[in-house]
Write a protein that binds this ligand. Structure first.
Ligand code: SF4
Length: 479
């Protein structure tokens, strides 16, 4: 019996209104749920305990995961920087196509997928691995309000910036509490059609648009993305309406992403978004005057790269979830024409992981080898150091045109860590991970960006596991 809801004490919740007869109202999202004693709100992670509003998911997260900022549909802030992704439980929406439904819909959450963190621990993980950005992501950070605001404040004190990736169905009071601690907002606007919103997400569009304007007006870095669901929203009118909102209500400089959909959750009887419809959407938005329009969840296309708005010189090249600055000066100007680049950079850039040419002699373990296949071009690798002394895990790519050498992941005694390996070069065929005998590890296939997979490749899926349209990888080759 999964019992994450009963572990540890509920945490006092903010944005509470106390009503008569011990009833409370939650003002975190536009639902403003009225909750009777012993009951919970729509999201199932905020409840009434003895007449007070409490959070049931404070400090409860899926495993902290190192990814890149491109994972979060953020292309014009610190391209290629590593982020520490934190995701929790529950959501204020219930989208029919959610690809994180096993954690966003609290009734499906299994204890094995839940870890417990304090705000101090989250900041410490980022500092230990020299990660400059914490991303509040996956299910939806709105319903993790107390933990996010508290931890993001501590992160700021440590010189770490905060990224909020959200469907942003949120109240204006809650937005006001986020503004002092969040630096980057990556906002998913599902459609501009009110009927679509009601039917597909169980929310409504107006608060999403208002909250997006609110953070833009506050001067935050904002990027907007829209999932183009096959035959439902992958049409020209969606492209045009989103571009009009961005251009007229925000500004044409706001990066806009049209994102490829994959079948999932309640919507498996369909296909991925055809690429030509995405390309058409992008062209419409560019023709309407937006400066930077990207496609998401696609490889091998020019539509993921950043070009100088003035001279069309290539500034950032991307492949999947990886990015490299190629045409920007140290002063953040175009290397060709000298105009300012439309990019924000970290004051303290990400040093990346250390690399070695060969595995050290005392680390000669046979690496696990995973091959990219079909649409599976990224992998979460979870490792835990079971020893009382530090250990090192090594990772490298194989195939054509990949750089030589191994990236080094240091692990403190007892530390558990998770990181993404994402295909970075057209000729790359897969990834090798060398894990010392003193560590245990698991591999998890990632379907598209900002997906937190709960399946371990070595486990047999049960009937209740993820519904996935992709063939599972048979068995990774291990020593
Ligand atoms: S966060 Fe939204 S859905 Fe959850 S209890 Fe509060 S108002 Fe209801």
């Amino acid at each position: 019996m999964d019992n994450w809801k009963n572990q540890r004490d509920p945490h006092p919740a903010r944005l509470e209104e106390r009503l008569e007869d011990d009833v409370v109202r939650c003002h975190l999202s536009p639902r403003h749920c009225r909750i009777r004693p012993g009951q919970h709100g729509f999201c199932m992670v905020r409840a009434n305990r003895d007449g007070r509003l409490v959070s049931l998911n404070y400090g409860r997260s899926v495993h902290a995961t190192e990814e890149t900022i491109e994972t979060e549909a953020v292309f014009q802030y610190a391209p290629g920087a590593r982020i520490l992704s934190m995701g929790n439980i529950g959501c204020m929406l219930n989208c029919d196509y959610c690809h994180n439904w096993k954690t966003s819909q609290a009734r499906f959450v299994a204890d094995k997928d839940i870890y417990y963190y304090t705000p101090e621990e989250v900041v410490e993980i980022a500092k230990r691995h020299n990660i400059r950005v914490i991303s509040w992501t996956y299910n939806d950070p709105v319903v993790w309000h107390e933990f996010v605001t508290e931890t993001a404040g501590l992160a700021h004190e440590a010189g770490i910036i905060n990224l909020f990736k959200s469907a942003f169905f949120i109240s204006d009071e809650a937005v006001e509490e986020l503004l002092p601690v969040i630096d980057i907002f990556s906002i998913s606007i599902k459609s501009m059609d009110p009927v679509y919103y009601r039917k597909l997400t169980k929310g409504w569009i107006e608060p999403v648009l208002e909250a997006t304007k609110q953070v833009y007006r506050a001067g935050k870095h904002v990027e907007v993305s829209t999932l183009m669901v096959t035959d439902l929203s992958d049409n020209e009118s969606t492209a045009r309406d989103v571009a009009r909102f961005v251009g007229e209500e925000l500004g044409p400089e706001v990066p806009t992403h049209y994102v490829r959909f994959h079948p999932d959750y309640k919507m498996t009887n369909t296909i991925r978004t055809p690429i030509d419809r995405l390309e058409r959407a992008r062209q419409i938005a560019l023709d309407m005057g937006l400066h930077h329009v990207y496609l998401g969840n696609v490889y091998d296309t020019e539509a993921t790269k950043t070009w100088c708005r003035h001279c069309e010189h290539l500034q950032v090249t991307r492949y999947g979830l990886n990015a490299q600055l190629v045409g920007v000066t140290a002063g953040n100007r175009c290397a060709e024409c000298g105009e300012p680049a439309d990019l924000k950079q970290l004051a303290n850039p990400d040093p990346g992981r250390a690399r070695v040419a060969e595995l050290p002699p005392d680390q000669q373990v046979e690496p696990a080898r995973f091959q990219w296949h079909g649409d599976i071009r990224s992998l979460h690798v979870q490792v835990q150091n079971l020893a009382s002394v530090p250990q090192q895990v090594y990772e490298r790519r194989f195939g054509d045109g990949v750089p030589p050498g191994w990236a080094v992941l240091p692990l403190a005694p007892g530390e558990s860590y998770r990181f993404i390996a994402a295909k970075a070069y057209p000729g790359e065929r897969g990834v090798e991970v060398a894990v010392p005998a003193a560590c245990q590890s698991s591999l998890h296939e990632v379907f598209d960006r900002a997906h937190f997979p709960t399946l371990d490749l070595l486990e047999e899926p049960s009937a209740s596991e993820d519904v996935t349209p992709f063939p599972r990888y048979e068995k990774p080759v291990r020593a």
